[in-house]
Design a protein around this ligand. Structure first.
Ligand code: T3D
Length: 261
């Protein structure tokens, strides 16, 4: 499929989706938001793809909603409809995706651009990465899932500080706060991210999909319900060919080969 505002490629079972409006630090206009949605759907349906990396071309990850939209549409703009129709389906699709997702953050991630990174399973960063909940700086409030994901990742107090001040958080602080999982020198970012993505792509795909849902469930439910959910998933996992083959491979002192069955 030919995209205008993103690049999409698949290599070694890893789909890379790169936002591609570098002159605006990958500001999100409707074309890009729709193409992101389509690309994630494509990656979801492609059995060859086991992991998705989301990133930005140029010196930024994403500067958030394209402010030209506000400038040009003025009073006419129905922001609620825009969130309902464009942002919410995208964030739900990204967060509900059944394969591991990694946001590879190069440079700035601002506003809804930061929300996209938050909706991924893992965030990895180069030392140029920086994060801002820019919304308040233009008199808006967090949207596109930021107020859901941010306190879960960095805690209530830090989430309030980031959203109320619009402060810029640098890469080292992001690592310390748990906003990013890994931090590498900028020159190594692409290579190290590929290693991590390929490691996940070689993992047990069915188990990885269940792990995502299990951890999300455990975060929102009491222990007794979580134990039940873990049991259900474990029964399903234990029935997979992948599990049976991996146990055999262990005793044969061979690496497991996961086929997603
Ligand atoms: O449904 C809805 O619409 C509601 C959804 C809202 C979600 C949101 O995301 S609201 C928040 C929107 N984002 C922002 O407010 C961030 C605006 N940008 C900035 O604050 C700064 O650009 C950054 C902190 C992100 C980066 O600063 P810096 O100094 O590294 O770069 P810069 O020089 O400001 O930007 C470089 C270019 O990108 C510049 O264009 P120029 O002057 O070279 O022609 C700048 O205008 C452009 N740019 C940056 N951000 C945006 C943008 N153009 C359009 N929209 C942007 N968001």
């Amino acid at each position: 499929m030919a995209y205008q505002t993103i690049n999409y490629s698949v290599e070694r079972r890893v789909a890379t989706i790169a936002m591609n409006r570098p002159e605006t630090l990958n500001a999100l206009n409707d074309d890009m938001l729709r193409e992101l949605y389509d690309a994630i759907k494509l990656a979801d349906r492609d059995a060859e793809v086991r992991v998705v990396v989301l990133t930005g071309q140029g010196r930024g990850f994403s500067s958030g909603q394209d402010l030209n939209t506000f400038q040009h549409a003025g009073e006419q703009r129905d922001i609620g409809a825009h969130l309902d129709q464009i942002y919410h389906p995208l964030i739900q699709r990204l967060a509900g995706f059944n394969k591991p997702t990694i946001a590879m953050v190069n440079g700035v991630a601002a506003g809804a651009g930061m929300s996209l990174a938050l909706a991924c399973d893992l965030r990895v960063a180069g030392d140029s990465a920086r994060f801002t909940q820019a919304f308040v700086r233009i008199g808006l409030v967090p949207d596109s899932g930021s107020s859901y994901f941010l306190p879960r990742l960095i805690g209530y107090a830090r989430a309030l500080e980031m959203t109320m001040t619009g402060m810029m958080v640098d890469a080292a602080t992001a690592l310390q706060w748990g906003l990013v999982n890994r931090l590498w020198p900028q020159d190594h970012l692409a290579e190290e991210t590929t290693c991590l993505a390929v490691e996940l792509a070689e993992g047990a795909p069915l188990a990885l999909g269940m792990i995502k849902r299990e951890i999300a469930y455990g975060f929102a439910h009491p222990l007794h319900e979580t134990l039940e959910r873990e049991k259900d998933f474990q029964i399903q996992a234990a029935e997979t060919e992948d599990h049976k083959q991996a146990v055999q491979a262990f005793f044969q002192k061979q690496p497991p080969m996961f086929r997603g069955r």
